[in-house]
Design a protein around this ligand. Structure first.
Ligand SMILES: [Zn+2]
Length: 120
């Protein structure tokens, strides 16, 4: 494969991954409800969905790779990766929102937020 073909293949991979999210709208709604504000600056204005590890850089379209950023931070971030964008713990008000979720959603959202800490 030459470099142009590689670029085309990478683009196809990205499109395929973007089109096939491994989470439901309901799960994303629950995660964004629990997080509540921009994970970088704390803003509650114009919140957007962000892939922590960009898909173009090999990140998956999974709930655990998603976070909440305001539009300004998201645009600032572009295709880069912010270090330490995932909270290590939730604030009491976020914990409260997490506890208010139905059991099945709570398990999925807890896994998305904390999962990678327990797995290794
Ligand atoms: Zn922000």
């Amino acid at each position: 494969m030459n470099s142009r073909q590689k670029k085309v293949a990478a683009k196809r991979r990205n499109t395929r991954i973007r089109k096939n999210p491994e989470f439901s709208q309901e799960e994303w709604d629950a995660l964004s409800f629990v997080l509540g504000w921009c994970m970088r600056c704390g803003s509650t204005v114009e919140l957007t969905r962000d892939h922590k590890e960009p898909i173009g850089k090999g990140g998956g379209n999974t709930l655990s790779n998603l976070t909440l950023l305001c539009r300004t931070c998201n645009e600032l971030k572009g295709a880069k990766r912010f270090p330490e964008i995932t909270p290590k713990y939730l604030l009491p008000s976020q914990e409260e929102r997490l506890r208010s979720l139905p059991d099945s959603l709570r398990a999925v959202v807890t896994e998305a937020i904390y999962g990678h800490y327990s797995s290794h």
